[in-house]
Design a binder for this molecule. Sequence first.
Ligand code: ADP
Ligand code: MG
Ligand code: MG
Length: 193
Amino acid sequence: MFTTENLIKTLELFKEKIDANKDYLSELDTPIGDGDHGNNMARGMEAVAESLGSKNPDTVMDVFKLTAMALISKVGGASGPLYGTAMMEMAKASATTTEVIPILEAGFLGIQKRGSSEAGEKTMLDEWAPAIEAIKENQLTEELLQTFAEGTKELIAKKGRASYVGERSVGHIDPGAMSSKYFFQSLLEAGVI
Ligand code: ADP
Ligand code: MG
Ligand code: MG
């Protein structure tokens, strides 16, 4: 179940992991993108921390909403609107439930719709889809999350900048899948799942 406290904790942990792995995420984005994913996410999560710190939201919905708005307004790259849409859809879902699975599924569907994408196209969805399935089975671990991110190596990019290199994207981990690993890992560590 999401609570205001465990969601804020999740976002603090997510920001820490993004900051600690900022260079790594941008390195992953170099051979198959434009080398800015770590910087984009770090800028976005800095804005999220500032917004949550100054506005003190006291519902799950408001935490998701402020997070969405900060990401959408502060991140120029594709990942800003995509993560931002996920957070906005999770905000909407949290109006009727605090259950984790339907909320995460709403986020997943938001990315899919905003990105005109689906799992299997070497994007963040290839982390979200198997992670949500594993949560349903009550089997999610950090190791599994890493396996899913590494699993994007074998996929051919069909969406976003990585699609420009086509088959040459094979062998490289998708940067958005790796940043999404940190998001799900943060949910685990904050005790949400
Ligand atoms: P940009 O590509 O604009 O520089 P980022 O580098 O911050 O933006 O983000 C790239 C990540 O965004 C990719 O690794 C991928 O996971 C994700 N992404 C890009 N396009 C899509 C899409 N259409 N659907 C889902 N995810 C996408
Ligand atoms: Mg990029
Ligand atoms: Mg870019």
